[in-house]
Write a protein that binds this ligand. Sequence first.
Ligand code: S3P
Length: 176
Amino acid sequence: MTKDKHSSKRQSDAPIFLIGFMGAGKTTVGRALARQLDYDFLDLDELIAKQVGKSVQEIFAELGEGNFRSLEREAIRSCEQLPRAVVALGGGAYEDENNRNVLRRIGQTVWLDCTLEVCLRRITGDKSRPLLGDKGAMSKLLEQRRTAYAEADFTVRTGERSPEQLAIEIANWLEN
Ligand code: S3P
């Protein structure tokens, strides 16, 4: 477990955002954390897909990544009104400096720091992830994003622990 420089604690009812690479477990751990805290759970990609009426894959293919990123920015801003919620963000959301500033202002961010090997084991062959490439491309993308991810309020090195164990670690940090 590591605590970062901010060491900030749960502000009353502010949303908690899970960030990290594709396959890091943001949705699974997010659901477990929401159960533990008795918070709502929201998957931001699901919200975007619902609003547009297309899957994330279709949005990338038909509207392009730039438009997906605009929708993502809007969806992030809409989280300001969300009390008592755990929100799983897409793997690229925290790369954007503007998103990082908004998220810092409206809630707490937690980076699920998961090895590339574990992420790839989970996502290889998954056709629903438009940015999924070969190991070299994924390694480059993760390295490109690592500095941004490291700006999160709290970092959890996931290892091989269960979603429930990771959720306990995050909940303990929030309460202390
Ligand atoms: C993306 C990750 C995806 C989704 C989109 C872009 C990324 O979410 O937002 O395909 O840029 O890493 P997951 O991290 O849940 O796979």
